[in-house]
Ligand binder design. Structure first.
Ligand code: FEO
Length: 408
């Protein structure tokens, strides 16, 4: 066994034994600019329990970290909080080394693991709210269905007041530091927001119900140990408050202008729209898709009030980069946005109608007739762009949450 890696102690009984993925940049469509970690945790007591695993190719790194504090075959139990393969890929291969007495998962976790691995291995299903004494330590299992998979659950370790929260409260961030209090706050805030915007956002109503459920259980949570990124050992309320804010999706005075351009006509329209928005007092973030990734667009929209989308017409269609980002955003189901559509075209101009349909599907409230320019926008079109920008700013001023500035 590889003996190069070390575990990191998190609390009295818990060690981090995960893997650091410094080089990953594409997590099924999400630009992971700072890499990621897949966190697994070893809980040492009268009985030893492993919580979650890592991606299959990183199994040896995880086993090596386990071996730095405990011979892997001394693990008695494995808990699987989430069956997605970044946390389950190595699960059964590790179980083949460990030979645990039991593997625990939720009822849907059992089904999902079987559907992934086509295994006949026995999995012990735990009930929502059930507490198990594993040796001298007490684990409470809480289902967190649709956060962000149907089978997801979290596990609370009473003795250490620690919540193993799987993907919830996590972030894609590869660092040498294992704790949030060792990392610059602006990095934590931006990566946690990016994770929420790209993974959790469609389930915002579920988030609010989950937070209520945790509150009703009266768990004393001092430490949150997610499956990605650093551990929240000081002030876990910080990330809980952020989730409460993000889940509410209250509009701010910020507009995000997303567009691509062929001969700079749609880009010019975007610039003038931005000018109108700024003159009207709104905050503006322009995201030209030649240099902006879809997952960064999603992050900017998380704390915005308006989505303004521009596309040239190419071969009777929306420009490919704009179609890509709109398909992605539609799946993330952002709420409470107003917006507008604009773009230049040559002889047909179908992109505008197609974008209007997409925006209506996304329930974006279009505040003005869409702006079309034939070939190159003339002064009348540009004046209309400016006027629509101001109109959007007025709408944002009327609906924006007073506590938020909407600054990008
Ligand atoms: Fe990190 Fe949903 O897996």
């Amino acid at each position: 066994m590889n003996e190069a890696f070390r575990a990191v102690q998190i609390t009295d009984h818990v060690y981090w034994v995960g893997a650091i993925d410094w080089s990953i940049r594409d997590f099924h469509g999400y630009l992971t600019s700072r890499g990621s970690t897949y966190n697994a945790y070893l809980v040492l007591g009268e009985k030893n329990t492993l919580v979650d695993a890592v991606k299959a190719p990183l199994k040896e790194e995880m086993l090596s970290r386990i071996a730095s504090v405990l011979a892997p075959e001394k693990i008695d139990y494995i808990i699987s909080n989430h069956a997605e393969m970044d946390h389950s890929g190595a699960l059964f291969e590790v179980a083949d080394v460990v030979h645990p007495e039991k593997i625990y998962a939720s009822s849907l976790g059992n089904k999902t693991l079987i559907e992934h691995f086509h295994t006949d291995r026995e999995i012990t299903m735990v009930k929502d709210g059930e507490t198990c004494a594993l040796g001298n330590l007490h684990f409470t299992f809480l289902e967190s269905r649709m956060l962000h998979w149907p089978e997801s659950m979290v596990t609370y370790l009473a003795e250490d007041r620690l919540l193993f929260s799987q993907d919830i409260f996590g972030m894609h961030l590869a660092t040498g530091e294992r704790f949030t209090d060792e990392i610059a706050e602006h990095i934590l805030n931006s990566e946690a927001a990016k994770y929420y915007a790209n993974i959790i956002l469609p389930y915002s109503q579920v988030v609010l119900r989950f937070l209520d459920k945790v509150k009703d259980c009266n768990l004393e949570i001092e430490v949150i140990a997610p499956d990605h990124g650093p551990v929240w050992r000081k002030n876990p309320l910080h990330i809980i408050s952020s989730y409460t804010k993000w889940a509410a999706q209250k509009p701010t005075k910020k507009a995000v202008i997303v567009y691509d351009t062929m001969w700079n006509s749609t880009a010019l329209m975007a610039d003038v729209l931005a000018d109108g928005l700024m003159e009207g007092g709104a905050a503006v973030k322009q995201m030209p898709l030649g240099t902006s990734h879809r997952s960064d667009v999603a992050t900017e929209i998380l704390e915005a009030g308006a989505l303004v989308v521009g596309s040239p017409t190419l071969n009777n269609n929306i420009f490919p980069t704009v179609a890509d980002v709109m398909t992605y955003l539609k799946g993330l189901k952002p709420q409470n946005l107003c917006g507008a559509v604009f773009g230049s075209h040559g002889w047909s101009g179908e992109a505008i109608k197609q974008l209007e349909v997409l925006m209506k599907d996304m329930k974006v409230d279009l505040v003005a007739d869409s702006i079309k320019a034939k070939y190159v926008p003339d002064q009348d079109v540009l004046k209309y762009c400016h006027a629509v920008g101001k109109q959007l700013a007025e709408r944002l001023a009327a609906v924006a949450d007073g506590d938020q500035d909407g600054i990008a």
